[in-house]
Ligand binder design. Structure first.
Ligand SMILES: N[C@@H](CCC(=O)N[C@@H](CS)C(=O)NCC(=O)O)C(=O)O
Length: 194
């Protein structure tokens, strides 16, 4: 099994952190944007969107980061990162959809608004704060949903949000970033030129 990724973005980091956290037998291949690898015919045959991440498992190609997360958690049940009962699974799906339908656009709007307009993100942080009350992870125990959501909050922009009034979120981000998978996928920026 092979995953094509580019660690630095949240959709990629969530997948790579999951693979590394659980030491999954998945080869991690970092694509070269410089060489336009994601636009090559070979890669487009894997992912016609020409984006990363993507996963190849034998003759099965899968793209969309959250689909990759749930696939990996299903293939490797020892991760215990995806509930199998209907309600638990629906709960995970809820947070995965929330991440892609609400959190991601809100973070995108922030970028467009020159990183100053937090009006769309702040209410989402309050929802997370509520959800995390009395819990170590979004659903109590560690699931793929934690990987998907936190990856957006630990981007450069995510780290600059106003977390006042969100102690549960701050503690959870601390727990998540201490996980082996997130430590292993920290991007080391080159030192700024003097
Ligand atoms: N919804 C997709 C988004 C994939 C995506 O947009 N990937 C970006 C990096 S986060 C990419 O490959 N961008 C390069 C490009 O558009 O050429 C997912 O969650 O996997």
């Amino acid at each position: 099994m092979r995953v094509y990724t580019f660690t630095i973005t949240p959709n990629n980091r969530k997948v790579e952190a999951f693979v590394r956290h659980f030491d999954l037998p998945v080869e991690v291949h970092h694509v070269s944007f410089k060489d336009k690898e994601t636009q090559s015919p070979g890669y487009l045959a894997i992912n016609p969107m020409g984006r990363v991440p993507a996963l190849v498992d034998g003759d099965f190609n899968l793209w969309e980061s959250n689909a990759i997360l749930t696939y990996l958690a299903t293939k490797f049940p020892a991760t215990r990162a995806l509930p199998t009962d209907a309600r638990g699974r629906a709960d995970v799906d809820r947070w995965l959809h929330w991440q892609s339908c609400h959190l991601m656009p809100a973070m995108g709007a922030l970028k467009v608004a020159d990183e100053k307009d937090e009006s769309k993100v702040t209410p989402l942080l309050k929802i997370l704060e509520q959800q995390l009350a009395g819990k170590d992870y979004l659903l109590g125990t560690l699931t793929v949903a934690d990987f998907a959501v936190v990856s957006y909050l630990i981007t450069k922009m995510g780290r600059q949000l106003d977390y006042s009034g969100c102690p549960n979120v701050v503690a959870w981000i601390g727990r998540m970033t201490a996980l082996k998978g997130f430590v292993a996928t920290q991007v080391k920026m080159p030192p700024a030129a003097a």
